[in-house]
Ligand binder design. Sequence first.
Ligand code: SF4
Length: 349
Amino acid sequence: MTRTLLAAIKLEKLIPSQSSTIALKPNLVVAAKPEGGATTHPEIVIAIIEYLKERGFHNISIVESAWVGDSTKRAFEVNGYYAISNTYDVPLVDVKDDAYVTRTVQGIPIDLSKTIMETDFLISLPVLKGHCQTAMTCALKNMKGCISERSKRQSHTMGLHKPIAALNAFRSADLVIVDSLNGDLDFEEGGNPVRTDRIFACRDSVLCDTYGASLMGFEAEDIEYIRLAERFGVGTMNLDFANIIFLNEPSEIAPPSLPTGKAIYLNQYIDSRSACSACHGALVHALKRLDEANQLGSRFDRKICVGQDFKTVRDPSRVGVGICTKGLGKSVAGCPPTALAMLEFLKSL
Ligand code: SF4
């Protein structure tokens, strides 16, 4: 998937020159494997390195720091980054050991990794997932792994939103490749992965997070750091400016996998029959948003249908999401619809 995506966006044409320094910034917030929904799949990192090296780009490093209280080196170890570093001759930079460049942006002093500061082309590899304080995290918040522990602590003291936006006004990614394979439902440290089997790329971090919000059932306007980042000139929230190119339809039926954690509770409201994971996962996110608004238990006495086996079902008494359920009494179109479109539909029932 990563190679297909890189070829489609012609990554080699986006980078100034073959001698450019390139930093790959995965999300290794905790020392955990990506199956839990918190961290970037290392296969994506490997595919990018191979793609770049095959095209003559050799000045690549992997730069990251785990959150305060966890070890980046342990996160590198758990996810096989030392082997990646040796195999491809790509240095690992633990931002916790790096030197910093301090600048005051929007009144906030920020210690940014010197390596990131001196990087010509920064490729951010966030996981699209929930967050207990900021609702969601994707491109903008992934930059937090590029600052000192002091700046991280201070950003929490200041409520995260303005510091995240200011950090991106200081330095944001030149390219974002989002790991949206199985991001967590509501915690950045994982534990409740929701499978969606999706990767997407963006140039504008604000537009990226605006789109990512819709995939999780959020209005981007409700997420303060996205709004602030737009105000600070990082990018635009106007999806009308987005040239969204779908490389394929999610026609593959996901192999059955058991939901975990909170997803089990939400799945009791879903009648899933041969559903693509992108559709099923979006419905889980939409139901989560309804649950947060206390509109779930009281509103639904029947299950929401999703999946390709509903293509031939004609039942006016049932409701569903996705084009496959258009034969039901009510359904929302799209293949798949965004979680936000599903949420609006479910609220209208
Ligand atoms: S509507 Fe949903 S289940 Fe049907 S093909 Fe599209 S993504 Fe798959």
